[in-house]
Design a protein around this ligand. Structure first.
Ligand code: TRP
Length: 460
């Protein structure tokens, strides 16, 4: 039925695995979402809690997923099926993998559209749109982009086509090579912008805001947002870490690489905050702006700086790179699946997956542009879902991700034979016990709490 991911398909080194997994993890979540949710939830205390969740729950679940991938050596669904067989439990457990695969794919249908916004902003910045911009022109620019179907179509199509191109070229020549070049460029650009922001903006207020924990500003809802974001930002429960684990050589340490990935992802999120908040505070903007934070306030700040065009273009190029390397990772799992299931050649698999993705992305594009057929009037456990975009975002990010993380933790913590997980993790017995405690109790319970909260079943 399945083909093992062949032994030619292995990361060239542990470092290139860490780099690629970091590239998958670092995306719009770090640069677009983290700063604004931190801004809305009071800064320092939120950051502290987020760090706690990343290392106590994110890292153990990340290890669980890489372990499933490396031992299963297949795309997520088949990998989980194989491990269920190996441990002699019901084959229904393979749903752990299939759910991740679908969640990643569904996320990509709107992620590609938002990445398209960033791409569009590269062209806008480079053509000088933001020189002399005012609050009105910046929000008009944003509003007209978001509601223009042709513009969204153009940039989403460009983004999906480039993703297909890279992944179609194969694992080594396409994916691995692309992230090896793109990640260092991304990091370099981010550091440059952070230095520039510290120079031109209000660094000390920003630093205090991010690192001085004011617990009175933290609510239970904020704590739950921090936990959800820990999953989203590490790309957990999306099939990604399973498929990347499938390319990990036998001898590599899952523990050490997972910790590095989480550290690097966290570092980028904090750096993004340090690049954005000095500008926000220095130019009299407010940290609680919401999702429009970087698209609507930063161009305004850039407009008031020297070198507007250069700075704005650099910033949005960096955002595109971050989103692009995440998109590559998301599509990889589906391409690997199509290769295995339908025995397609890599190029055919990539083009098929990309075409389907493009069709599905129309749901988000026309939700934004206001087309009647894409608007909904749903109430899902008390949550208003007014468009296809709102519905798939909510379904994937708030339901499939927590559920998928829960299952990966339970599957490796309770269902797989201990001997197998021990063999893959290869840790000291004390270290193993800590990991086991996290995936058996800490992660499932925490996820259950956030899940019930998001469904509105309990309310804190
Ligand atoms: N981690 C990504 C980000 O921070 C978002 C994401 C969630 C993702 N699941 C994914 C990216 C799966 C790639 C694959 O933006």
């Amino acid at each position: 039925m399945t083909i093992e991911r062949s032994t030619n398909n292995r990361w060239s080194s542990n470092f290139s695995f860490v780099l690629a997994a970091t590239a998958a993890a670092v995306g719009l979540g770090n640069i677009w979402k983290f700063p604004y949710i931190m801004g809305e939830n009071g800064g320092g205390a939120f950051v502290l809690l987020y760090l706690l969740f990343i290392f106590l729950i994110g890292v153990p679940v990340l290890m669980a997923e890489v372990l499933i991938g490396r031992r299963g050596r297949n795309s997520p669904g088949y990998a989980a099926a194989k491990l269920a067989r190996e441990s002699g439990v019901s084959s229904a457990w393979q749903v752990t993998g299939w759910m991740g695969l679908s969640a990643g794919y569904i996320i990509l249908t709107f992620y590609a559209v938002i990445a398209g916004w960033a791409l569009s902003y590269v062209f806008k910045s480079a053509s000088g749109t933001f020189v002399g911009a005012t609050t009105e022109t910046v929000s008009a620019t944003f509003g007209s982009m978001v509601s223009s179907a042709p513009e969204l179509l153009l940039f989403t199509t460009l983004l999906i086509a480039s993703t297909v191109f890279v992944v179609g070229k194969g694992f080594k020549n396409g994916l691995e090579r692309a992230v090896t070049y793109l990640m260092p460029i991304l990091l370099g650009l981010l550091v440059l912008i952070a230095i520039y922001a510290a120079h031109i903006g209000d660094f000390s207020t920003a630093f205090k805001f991010m690192f001085y924990p004011n617990f009175s500003a933290l609510t239970a809802q904020g704590a739950l947002i921090a936990l959800g974001h820990a999953f989203f930002t590490l790309s957990l429960a999306s099939g990604v870490m399973i498929i990347y684990g499938a390319y990990l050589p036998k001898g590599a340490s899952i523990v050490r690489t997972s910790i590095w990935i989480a550290l690097a992802d966290t570092l980028v999120a904090l750096l993004a905050g340090l690049a954005i908040f000095p500008i926000v505070f220095g130019f009299g903007l407010t940290p609680g702006e919401g999702p429009g934070l970087i698209f609507q306030t930063l161009p305004l700040a850039f407009a008031n700086m020297p070198f507007t065009t250069l700075i704005a273009t650099t910033f949005f190029v960096m955002l595109v790179l971050a989103a692009f390397t995440s998109s590559i990772a998301m599509i990889e799992a589906s391409v690997a699946f199509a290769e295995e299931r339908f025995r397609l050649k890599r190029w055919h698999a990539a083009i098929t997956s990309g075409t389907l993705l493009w069709v599905l992305s129309l749901g988000t594009i026309f939700s934004l542009s206001g087309a009647g057929w894409a608007q909904l009037d749903w109430n899902f456990f008390g949550k208003e879902l007014d468009s296809i975009f709102a519905a798939i975002d909510h379904l994937a990010s708030n339901i499939l991700l927590p559920l998928g993380g829960f299952m990966a933790a339970v599957f490796t913590g309770w269902v797989m034979k201990r001997r197998f997980t021990e063999e893959e993790l290869n840790m000291s017995s004390k270290g193993y016990r800590v990991w086991q405690f996290c995936v058996r109790y800490l992660a499932p319970i925490a996820i259950l709490v956030i899940f019930l909260q998001l469904l509105g079943i309990v309310n804190f």
